[in-house]
Design a binder for this molecule. Structure first.
Ligand code: HH2
Length: 280
């Protein structure tokens, strides 16, 4: 069976591995392949179900990375993790990077631009892997410049359904498609909170939903202030709270920087959710 097979009784935990100098949480820690590979294996040992490898930061205002540099960063790490039996997701906006990583054995294509580049759809169709379609307003360079929506949930849902249909029409198997509201991507704190509160509306679209809230800046602003946000390293408890609510709402994949804490929270919540009687 192609792609990544999701567990049915609890969300899958996707560990974040940024092979970059500038990612907002782990930037610079894993730029060399060996520490990156070790961290990927450690996250699996700590409870991750798959590892999301990225070679270009998508934080607001991040500098774009040339294709060859991105491939040089991610490929040795993808190859080594695949060789150790780790299910790997490739987090990229570039078809050439995706192609190289999928050829090397990655089983998920995570594209924060939702395969809007036709070459990316062709790469996904050919590789027959799971694809994550994420909502992003604008580009990583511009997305936080005063984002506006009339109805954020409706607009995000419509975008995701339209992208899913377009990708299906281009020949990608519908069973391989995941959707993601893109927490923090062209959204204010209020937009993020509304999307998280209304996750059941996205779940009802019928595609597995991925949520990535781990350590994001809206959590820093919520727990500190606009001028003095809580530091990135102190956002784990808030991440767990948000991810647990997302789990209860039916989210199938949680993207996290800390799989040890994440898997403990997830397993405890799953034990309770397993016993919730179906509502009549
Ligand atoms: N968030 C980030 C990157 N990729 N992919 C999906 N599908 N969903 C997300 O929410 C998401 C994502 C940003 O987090 P991170 O990778 O830690 O930071 P950076 O972009 O600075 O590398």
């Amino acid at each position: 069976m192609p792609g990544f097979v999701l567990p049915t009784h609890r969300p899958a935990l996707m560990g974040v591995l940024n092979v970059t100098p500038d990612s907002f949480s782990d930037g610079g820690q894993f730029l060399d392949p060996q520490p990156a590979i070790r961290h990927g294996l450690r996250m699996m040992a700590e409870g991750a179900d798959l590892v999301d490898v990225g070679g270009e930061s998508t934080r607001p205002g991040a500098e774009p990375v040339p294709e060859a540099v991105e491939i040089d960063r991610v490929l040795p790490v993808v190859r080594a993790l695949v060789a150790q039996g780790v299910p790997v997701s490739i987090d990229t906006m570039k078809p050439a990077v995706a192609h190289a990583a999928l050829q090397a054995g990655a089983v998920v294509l995570n594209d924060v631009t939702a395969l809007t580049d036709p070459d990316m759809v062709a790469v996904a169709r050919e590789a027959e892997v799971s694809v994550c379609l994420m909502h992003l307003k604008g580009t990583p360079q511009t997305m936080q410049a005063n984002p506006h929506y009339d109805d954020v949930v409706k607009e995000v849902a419509l975008f995701l359904v339209n992208r899913a249909r377009a990708v299906e029409a281009a020949g990608v198997d519908p069973s391989l498609i995941w959707i993601d509201p893109g927490i923090g991507f062209g959204k204010t704190t209020a937009h993020n909170l509304t999307l998280l509160a209304d996750l059941p509306r996205l779940v009802a679209l019928g595609y597995p939903v991925l949520v990535g809230a781990s350590r994001k800046s809206f959590l820093g602003r919520l727990l500190g202030s606009e001028a003095d946000p809580l530091p990135v390293r102190e956002r784990e408890e808030a991440t767990l709270a948000i991810h647990t609510l997302a789990q209860a709402a039916g989210t199938r994949i949680l993207r996290t920087h800390d799989p040890l804490a994440g898997s403990r929270a997830l397993r405890a919540a799953a034990a309770v959710l397993d016993r919730v009687s179906p509502r009549t």
